[in-house]
Structure formats: structure tokens, C-alpha cells
Ligand binder design. Sequence first.
Ligand SMILES: Cc1ncc(COP(=O)(O)O)c(C=O)c1O
Length: 369
Amino acid sequence: MSAPSARPDEPAENIRLRPALEDLPAYVAGKPAADDGIHRYKVSSNESHLPPIASVREAAVAALESSHRYPDAAAQELRDALGRKHGVAPSQIALSTGSVAVSGDLVRAVVGEGDEVVHPWRSFEAYPILVGSHGGTPVPVPLTEAGEHDLAAMAAAITDRTRLVLLCTPNNPTGPSLTTEQVEEFLAAVPQDVVVAIDEAYREFHDPATVLGTAGIFRRHGNVVLLRTFSKLQGLAGLRIGYAVAHPRLARALGQVTVPFGASAPAQAAALASLEPAAAEELERRAERIRAERSRVLAGLRAQGWNLPASQGNFVYFPLGERSGEFAEFADARGLVLRAYGNDGVRATIAEEEADDRLLAIAQEWRGV
Ligand SMILES: Cc1ncc(COP(=O)(O)O)c(C=O)c1O
């Protein structure tokens, strides 16, 4: 049967798409700020509200000069630097256009048609899409009331078909994080041939005193892979670069399935520059400021009577259920673009003080409505 064509002069499109795509939701990006004269803060995508730091920007701009050449496919300098940072061989670093792309590589490397991937839900919206689009079966496991991973239920959801488990800590969009003990206990319950990915896109915003002991976990478990990004604290979301730290066989497989030249030269240069000691110090000061703002916002909201999950990310989450869309519209009309998640909740990114103050004022007004 031929599908109706959009315009009379377009040819009929008698192609076959994979049936799996029919039920696949499209990725919904954070809403942009409307251009209607109201000054709005866009806090809907967990981006950095600050541009890349000067030295990083300069490195990216300098790399543009050689844009007529392909980038270094091996991204050797960056992988050397990341290998040193994580105490692994450079060959154990797998790069691509954002950690979402690396997660896709991971799915392609380990998940066959009909294989299952256990993941928390709500969590990063791309997970079920990445799995479903590659022919795998997403197995979402509901979070607890407190917005935390239900690790016992996740372990119980593992079957003979499970090839991959995704952990997201701190969890986007709710914010709670996992402890080393929790992850170790969970890993003890997971068969060793099942890959466990720990997605730490927001690690730098975590209270350093209690942050997950990822390096030790990675060293102790041959089935663990780490996912990291330069999109959040480093402010390189628009350049698209992220990576995995993997054990050798998996790292090789990720290299086999990834898009060649995925990490552009400006992205590689910017990522490398952000690892320089002076840049890393400046970024740590930014992280510290976000942590302080998050505490201020959470304390303010709790004082207003809100019951919110304990976030360790650069965001806070309002579990508003069916009123989520309404709250996002309420905030939008008052100059704040939030991210609503169906009938679950609404997420707001911690940003400049004025945006955070506006969030507090809107949340207060909402409670009085
Ligand atoms: C948990 C989580 N993982 C991964 C990503 C993707 O980051 P990247 O921009 O590196 O693809 C995000 C982005 O929002 C995220 O929230």
C-alpha cells in the first residue's frame, strides 16, 4: 500500500520502516523561551546558564581554523587526558557527540533484537528511545516515592534477556543520587555478563563529600561502564561531546559501532581545554556556586511547604502529578520556562540568581492560588 504523499508533486514513498519505530516516542527537548516580549529565563534543559569559560572558548574557536580537515578520528590528545583523569588506558575512553550518543553506541554494542534493558523511570528521557530504536525492549522500573532508584525492583526485573542496566546518578529529572554501598549491593545481584552503565552527567554538581566512588566501582567490576558529558558543568552542550570509560573489550566494541569522526575538532579542543588545571579550578568554582544556589532554592521551597526530592543535580523537581502541565504554564506566563514531564512532575534548572529568585516567587504564588 502506498502512503499518501504530502504534496501532489511528491513521489509516493513506498518504503518499509522498522515496525519498532511506530510506537517510539520522539525525544522532547526542553522548551525554548517564547519570543513574545516577556523576558524569560530558560531553565528547561539543565544547561549551564554561563557560556564556556574563556580559555575553552578560545580553544574551540582556534580549532575552527582547520574545519576543512576531518578531526583526529582517534581524538588522541583528549583520550590521553581523559585516560589520565580516570586512571585508565586512553584506549578505554570512547567518545562521541554527547554522552547520549555514547549511550546509543552502548545499546548497539550489547543489545540485540528483543533483548531487554532495565532502566529507572522517570529518568533520562532518551533511555527508552535509544533502546527501542535499536530493536531492544526497554524495561522501565518505577522510582520510589522519594524519586530514587528502586534498586531491589531493578534487580528483580533482570531476566535471561537482560543485556544492559542503566543507572542514572544523580537521577534526571528527580535529583536523588546513589551511594557506593547501594551500587555495590546492586552489582552483587546482577549477573556478570549484564553490562551496568552508570550515567553521571551531573556528577560535578554532587556534594563532593558523599559522591559515588565510581573509580573504585569501575576497578572492581568488569561489567561496569561509566558515562560522562561535557554538556553540563563545562557548558559545552552545543558542541556535543561526551564519553564512556569502559573495560577493554567493551571499549573496542564501542569504537566499532560509533559514527566515525563523531567528536568534532572544536568539541575535542574545548573538552581538552576544560581539563587544564586552571580551567578545572574555575569550573569547580562554578559547581560550588550551583551547589550553594541549589541549597538556597531547596531550603526556600521547603520553607514554603513543598515536599521535594533531595536533588544532587543542577536542578530541582516538583512532583506535581496531574498539575504538572498547569504549573509549567503558570511559570511560563511569569517568565520562567520549565520542563514538564507528563503527569509526573516539573523540573527547573538551577541558574543565575535572578532566575532562581523568580522560581521561588512563582512557587510561592502557586501555593497561594
Ligand atoms: C542523565 C543524562 N545523561 C546524558 C545526558 C546527555 O548529555 P549529552 O549532552 O552529553 O548528550 C543528559 C542530558 O540532559 C542527561 O540528563
